[in-house]
Design a protein around this ligand. Structure first.
Ligand code: FES
Ligand code: FES
Length: 182
C-alpha cells in the first residue's frame, strides 16, 4: 500500500504483521488495527497513562510511541496480562477485591504500570506505589483503593507473574481492566 511501511510486532505472545502509516501511534495500532481496545486513550498528550502497555517488558505510554518504533519488539497489553482465559492476574484480582476502580477507564493503564512497578520493586512501600503510579491519572477513585490493591497484589506474589503469557486475549481479563470504556 502506498505510503505505508511493514511492521512486525509480537503482541501478547503472538507475532503480528501489518502495513501501517509511519505516523500511526502504537495505541491506535493496538486498538484500531489489532482490535485490542483494552488499551485506552485518555488524553493523547502523555498525561493520563490510560494507554500504558509494556514494550519489551517496560511500561510505556503507547500514545507517545509510533507503531514503527515497536517494530521487532514485544508488546503486552492488558488483554495479555492474565495467565489464562479463566484466571486473572493477581493485580486484576486485587483491583476487583479492593474496589480499586469505578468507571474503569484508567484501570488497564493503572494495572500495566503497577505490573511494571512490581517487577522492578516486588515489595514496595505505599510511598513507592504512589510514586510509581504518578504518571497515571484516575478521575474517580481518589487513589486510596488503587494503592491498597497494588500493595495487596505485591503481598500475593504478583511480581513473579508479570511476563508476557503465550496466549492472548483471555476473556476473564477483559472483565477487569480490559473491556471497560473501550
Ligand atoms: Fe496516552 Fe493519556 S492517552 S497518556
Ligand atoms: Fe474512573 Fe479511574 S476509575 S478514571
Amino acid at each position: 500500500m502506498a505510503g505505508t511501511v511493514p511492521v512486525r510486532i509480537t503482541v501478547n505472545g503472538e507475532a503480528r504483521e501489518s502495513e501501517v502509516e509511519p505516523r500511526l501511534l502504537l495505541v491506535h495500532y493496538l486498538r484500531d488495527v489489532l482490535g485490542l481496545t483494552g488499551t485506552h486513550v485518555g488524553c493523547d498528550t502523555t498525561n493520563c497513562g490510560a494507554c500504558t502497555v509494556h514494550l519489551d517488558g517496560e511500561a510505556v505510554k503507547s500514545c507517545t510511541v509510533l507503531a514503527v518504533q515497536a517494530h521487532g519488539a514485544e508488546v503486552t497489553t492488558i488483554e495479555g496480562l492474565a495467565p489464562g482465559p479463566d484466571e486473572l492476574h493477581p493485580l486484576q484480582e486485587a483491583f476487583w477485591a479492593d474496589h480499586a476502580l469505578q468507571c474503569g477507564y484508567c484501570t488497564p493503564g493503572m494495572i500495566m504500570a503497577a505490573a511494571d512497578l512490581l517487577k522492578r520493586t516486588p515489595h514496595p512501600t505505599e510511598e513507592e506505589v504512589r510514586h510509581g503510579l504518578e504518571g497515571n491519572l484516575c478521575r474517580c477513585t481518589g487513589y486510596q483503593n488503587i494503592v491498597k490493591a497494588v500493595l495487596d497484589a505485591a503481598e500475593a506474589g504478583a511480581e513473579g507473574r508479570v511476563e508476557t503469557p503465550p496466549v492472548a486475549q483471555p476473556a476473564a481479563a477483559d472483565a477487569i481492566g480490559g473491556g471497560v470504556g473501550a
